[in-house]
Design a binder for this molecule. Structure first.
Ligand code: NAP
Length: 327
């Protein structure tokens, strides 16, 4: 039998485990051309919150549907010549123990850090790399500000900016997270968004303004950072996690802030950079091997843990990239 997680009802506000349900379905004969994947790691990501609201650009998840998501899996049976039993593959297996997937939708994971294929060497890493290196184009000495500083995308942005000679300031949701940002990820400073006055701290830490603001949260933080940009600043609009649990979107910052700074503002959608994924992996592998780039992982055990792990992510309580170790 295959355990699947389905959406029970659309949450209003914060999703909780009660919005999800479990279903047991029999594993049937493997069809021609398909590869049977046994999920090892399931990635949980904020975009899923928009999918279960029915408003994400990729697809909507409706009540009764199996939740979708990227996975690292072991091939346990194959009806395609390109894959054999024992291969480790990345694909979209979803929130379930087993998935029969077409060979064209699978990529072999060649490097030894298998879970990294869902984090620093996967979609969050590509997001960070594309936004920072290809859009913002950091220069040594730039002041880079990163909210959600120790999460999947933020941790990679922070470490890449540091490796490129920037002064890196994180913003995170607890003293523990700020300590991790400085001690383990090499941020020069980290501001606790819940207990400190973020605007006053940015004024103190960035007296000449912010050169790159990598926005992962939207809301008030985007307004506060946009008010403090240096001339020629780059703003990467990447995510709105402060707003995903709301039904209404908030208004953005005043364009006057961006005009005054002669800022370049980039919207970022990671799917656009998929053709450049190998270029990004080739650039990051040496940094991983030299220890300049690594990922904190917040791993829950077992498919049964997926709903609560997702609720924890959407409460902002994850410490690092959210993963479920399914088998
Ligand atoms: P993550 O950072 O691992 O986890 C989310 C973090 O957001 C939380 O741990 C929390 O950290 C922070 N946060 C800030 N304000 C929050 C609030 N009001 N409620 C809950 N959490 C809040 O997640 P991620 O996967 O790396 O994604 C980060 C952002 O990038 C998300 O907005 C996501 O949608 C976006 N994204 C965009 C693309 C794209 O193509 N545009 C691709 C990937 C991800 P603190 O408590 O430490 O602040």
């Amino acid at each position: 039998m295959n355990t699947q997680v389905i959406l029970k009802s659309r949450p209003e506000g914060q999703p909780e485990a009660e919005h999800f349900d479990f279903k047991q379905v029999p594993v049937t004969e493997l069809a021609d051309g398909l590869v049977r994947c046994k999920t090892r790691y399931l990635s949980l990501d904020p975009y899923m919150r928009s999918q279960i609201s029915g408003r994400h650009i990729s697809q909507a998840i409706n009540p009764g549907d199996v939740l979708q998501g990227e996975t690292i899996s072991d091939v346990i049976a194959s009806n395609h010549q390109d894959f054999k039993v024992g291969d480790v593959v990345r694909g979209f297996g979803g929130w379930q123990q087993f998935a029969d997937l077409p060979a064209s939708a699978l990529v072999k994971v060649a490097h030894p850090h298998q879970s990294y294929a869902l984090s620093v060497l996967g979609m969050p890493g590509l997001t960070a790399y594309a936004g920072l290196m290809w859009q913002a184009q950091p220069k040594p000495g730039d002041v880079v500000v990163v909210p959600a500083a120790i999460g999947g995308v933020g941790a990679t942005v922070g470490q890449l900016a540091k490796a490129n000679g920037c002064t890196v300031i994180g913003i995170a949701g607890s003293d523990e997270k700020c300590q991790i940002a400085v001690d383990k990820l090499g941020y020069h400073h980290c501001i606790n968004r819940k207990t400190e006055d973020v605007a006053a701290q940015l004024d103190k830490l960035c007296p000449n303004g912010i050169d790159i603001y990598f926005d992962l949260v939207g809301g008030d933080m985007l307004h506060t950072a946009s008010h403090r940009l240096a001339i020629g600043a780059r703003v990467i609009l990447c995510g709105l996690i402060a707003e995903y649990n709301q039904t209404e979107r908030s208004f953005g910052p005043e364009p006057a802030y961006w005009i005054k700074a002669r800022a370049t503002v980039h919207g970022l959608v990671v799917y656009d950079f998929e053709p450049r994924r190998q270029e990004f992996i080739d650039a990051c592998m040496p940094l991983i091997e030299s220890g300049q780039l690594h990922m904190l992982e917040d791993i829950s055990e077992g498919i049964d843990a997926a709903p609560e792990a997702f609720a924890k992510l959407m409460r902002g309580e994850n410490v690092g990239k959210t993963l479920v170790k399914v088998s």
